[in-house]
Design a protein around this ligand. Structure first.
Ligand SMILES: NC(=O)c1ccc[n+]([C@@H]2O[C@H](COP(=O)([O-])OP(=O)(O)OC[C@H]3O[C@@H](n4cnc5c(N)ncnc54)[C@H](OP(=O)(O)O)[C@@H]3O)[C@@H](O)[C@H]2O)c1
Length: 241
């Protein structure tokens, strides 16, 4: 879809990839960008990127009330970017039920709730798109972050089930797969990471081109190719990392 003159919403827009996505959409000519986040105060610097086009929206994706209110306040959206995410659980056996539940609440149920709430607006747009920010560990689990991996694998499956379902409604559904990105989420991991600005630009370009699977960086491209070539070998490789 064309980004110029589009009306987008980005969840988790106050920092990390979400904030970079808002900046990228501003540069690409979106006419309005709803920057959604749990804390309106934390969104002030994001609105300052372009106060005429960026609108702050209170949205905790786990709150039914917030999700309903956000969909009412933003009835003109034709591009939904489900970016909000958490890494609450690590090794699946060592994590508490609460930690794993939090990962699923945000990374899976949050995405599902936001998609359902914004569907009427996306249908009305008569040409719209949804981009779900997944990860290489949606493809195969990395046991050190096994709980998070499981929630993101569920979100991958959700994305696959939305795509054919929404095709008839002229809504493109994009799978977005970043590798390691330099944000708060993996601050403590001593690995090579891509800048969130580079990742955000790759996401916006992929949406414009209509790519079904948007692989935002070299790590994501390599992982996706490995998974396509031999999923079992890829599972063993990730399992041993
Ligand atoms: N960093 C990576 O290496 C990497 C790689 C692949 C995929 N991803 C995915 O990319 C997305 C963005 O992550 P990031 O790297 O930018 O991480 P981040 O810097 O930790 O940002 C996470 C964002 O999600 C928001 N969020 C968390 N829980 C929320 C909730 N219940 N409702 C609404 N917003 C919520 C956070 O808001 P608060 O400030 O209020 O907490 C924050 O804005 C996530 O889906 C993540 O899984 C990240």
């Amino acid at each position: 879809m064309k980004i110029e003159k589009s009306v987008a919403i980005v969840t988790g827009a106050n920092r990390g990839i979400g904030r970079s996505l808002v900046a990228s959409l501003v540069r690409s000519g979106a006419s309005r960008i709803y920057a959604a986040g749990r804390d309106l105060k934390a969104l002030e610097p994001v609105v300052a990127l372009d106060p005429k086009r960026v609108v702050a929206l209170k949205l905790d994706v786990t709150s039914e009330r917030d999700v309903e209110a956000a969909a009412k306040s933003a009835p003109d959206v034709n591009l939904l970017i489900n970016n909000a995410g958490v890494l609450a659980s690590y090794n699946i056996l060592a994590s508490s039920k609460e930690q794993v539940t939090e990962d699923f609440a945000v990374n899976f149920y949050g995405v599902l709730a936001v998609v359902k709430a914004f569907l009427p607006a996306l249908e009305r747009a008569n040409g719209a798109a949804i981009a779900n920010i997944l990860t290489v560990v949606s493809l195969a689990s990395r046991p050190v972050i096994g709980g998070y991996s499981a929630s993101k694998a569920a979100a991958f499956s959700l994305t696959q089930s939305l795509r054919p379902e929404l095709k008839a409604k002229k809504i493109d559904v994009h799978t977005v797969i970043p590798g390691a990105v330099d944000t708060d989420m993996i601050r403590a991991f001593p690995i090579s990471k891509t800048s969130p600005d580079v990742v955000a630009d790759a996401i916006v370009s992929g949406i414009q081109r209509g790519d079904e699977d948007i692989l935002t960086d070299a790590m994501a491209q390599e992982a996706f190719q490995g998974w396509l070539k031999n999923p079992k070998e890829f599972e063993r490789y990730f399992g041993a990392l």
